[in-house]
Design a protein around this ligand. Structure first.
Ligand code: PLP
Length: 363
């Protein structure tokens, strides 16, 4: 039986979207592709409220994170870390030979703008990385406020991992001064994994031109050169682009505001459900994610048993990430999941919480 996915990636993919993946291939150096490419880029610019370039990458999101470090960090980078995905930026920076400092906050807490200002005032950095929505803890960082601090340091490149928020949360790339904003497709976009999109500012492109050893596959200047011709440097995953075109078209027709409001509504429903069940939220108040809810397992239920029982009924949620495996569990409400889908899942969990094999001491 197929399990409907409520895990924070990959998310459930609708049947019509899956069907776009069997569209017959076209040549990627043909007018038909150039038109598709131009259309998708334009739609992505609308989604991100930006006039910046938006590039298409046949890779997972992590590939573009590495690209960011290779292109926009000449020496010192500050990694803002509030969970596992922030740690990943830090790891990537170190493995690429950059001098990287991690600014960490406790798990469940958000990165505060004052912290960023203090760090940037005390040492010269050429770039900052931020995880907008920390998928391991369910914290959504105050991106607009951090962006406002970044504007006080106009020479520094601001790079944002929006893998688990783009498509579900409103991100104003231009207004918030984001130089690179990246996401893969298997979360908010409601598509299969294996593809990523990223906006790049002119400032970031100018920076890249001064950074040596950008590598081959993720050289932003090469992406820019090809994008100017409505192309990608290498053969792209055309099925993803067909499906992305379909999704973005639908969203823009539906109205982006409605899409973002639906995410906020689902998040409110999920948080309230958790509280009503006697659980708590892992994220600190005011910084809870709108695309996933990380529930603190204060009832010490057996999360593994819950998921096994859910699986028998055709659903799947996620245990906590890494160190938080048994202390939390995560429910994603993004992509094409609707409020009805979410309520159906929560109803099934309610019934399972009555079962003795799910109750008991899971921690
Ligand atoms: C899922 C996720 C990633 C990793 O994305 P891939 O496409 O698997 O490389 C990075 N950052 C965040 C915040 C994520 O949620």
């Amino acid at each position: 039986m197929h399990k409907k996915l409520f895990i924070p990636g990959p998310v459930e993919v609708n049947a019509e979207v899956l069907q776009k993946f069997s569209t017959p291939m076209i040549g990627h150096r043909t007018q038909e592709y150039f038109d598709l490419h131009a259309r998708v880029r334009h739609q992505l610019q609308q989604l991100l409220f930006t006039h910046d370039k938006v590039f298409l990458s046949t890779s997972s999101g992590t590939g573009v994170m590495e690209g960011c470090v290779r292109n926009c960090v000449s020496e010192h980078v500050l990694n803002l870390v509030c969970g596992e995905f922030g740690e990943r930026w830090h790891e990537i920076a170190k493995l690429n030979g950059k001098s990287a400092d991690a600014l960490r906050v406790d798990l469940g807490k958000a990165i505060r703008p004052e912290l960023v200002r203090n760090a940037l005032s005390s040492k010269r950095y050429d770039a900052v990385t931020l995880t907008h929505n920390e998928t391991s803890t369910g914290v959504m960082n105050p991106l607009a406020e951090i962006g406002a601090v970044m504007k006080e340091f106009p020479d520094i490149i601001f790079m944002v991992d929006a893998v688990s928020s783009m498509g579900g949360a409103k991100i104003l790339v231009d207004e918030w001064g984001i130089d690179v904003c990246l996401a893969s497709t298997q979360k908010g976009f409601g598509l299969p994994p294996g593809f990523a999109v990223f906006s790049v500012s002119d400032k970031a492109l100018r920076k890249a031109a001064m950074v040596p050893n950008r590598g081959y596959y993720f050289d932003f200047l090469t992406f820019n050169e090809y994008d100017a011709k409505n192309q990608t440097p290498t053969t792209p995953s055309l099925p993803h682009i067909f499906a992305l075109d379909y999704q973005l078209n639908r969203w823009l027709a539906e109205g982006l505001e409605r899409r973002f409001a639906r995410h906020q509504q689902m998040a409110r429903v999920c948080r309230q459900w958790a509280i009503d069940c006697g659980f708590a939220l892992f994220a600190e108040p005011g910084y809870e994610s709108v695309t996933l809810t990380t529930v603190k397992n204060t009832r010490n239920i057996r999360v593994g048993a819950l998921n096994t029982e859910l699986g028998k009924r055709g659903y799947m949620i996620s245990a906590g990430y890494g160190k938080l495996k048994d202390q939390t569990f995560r429910i994603a409400h993004t992509g094409d999941i609707t409020q009805d889908d979410l309520k159906e899942l929560l109803g099934v969990i309610d019934a399972l919480l009555e079962q003795s094999n799910v109750q008991g001491s899971g921690v």
